[in-house]
Design a protein around this ligand. Sequence first.
Ligand SMILES: [Zn+2]
Ligand SMILES: [Zn+2]
Length: 155
Amino acid sequence: MSSDLTDAIDAATASRLRMVLHQLCEDSSEAKNLVTKALLLPSAESNLSALGDTTSRKRKRYEVCKNCNKEYEVERNNHGNCVYHPGEKIVDYESSMWDDHDDKTHGAPEMHEDDPDFQDGFNWSCCEGEIASKGCETTKHEPKVSGSRSKKRGS
Ligand SMILES: [Zn+2]
Ligand SMILES: [Zn+2]
């Protein structure tokens, strides 16, 4: 692969890459096979059929973890791989972040919970650590499941 192409791939946004992949799969069955191999586990390895699941739906090779929001390889998911904060972001009013923050112009601090520019103004409720700090809970990754209802963590 030319280094120009490598650079272009590195520079592209995730959504751009996703579009390119979709297009590739549409344009070329060969590409589709390669992408299938890269992203899905062969159904033979899946033992879902033993559980009465007769649809030969392929398992995803990669999932996004609902704890840490990172993508992980399903086959290599061990205890200790997932380090995250189970708590919520709470406003750290002591932070200098809010010194010249005007709620009227900028909105209440709570509104900026997911704004990357404001992460210094928050702490985790679980351990009061900084948002960028290493997680205080260590476990294995769990897939984001849509459909099946996972029980809510009691707080
Ligand atoms: Zn924590
Ligand atoms: Zn995780």
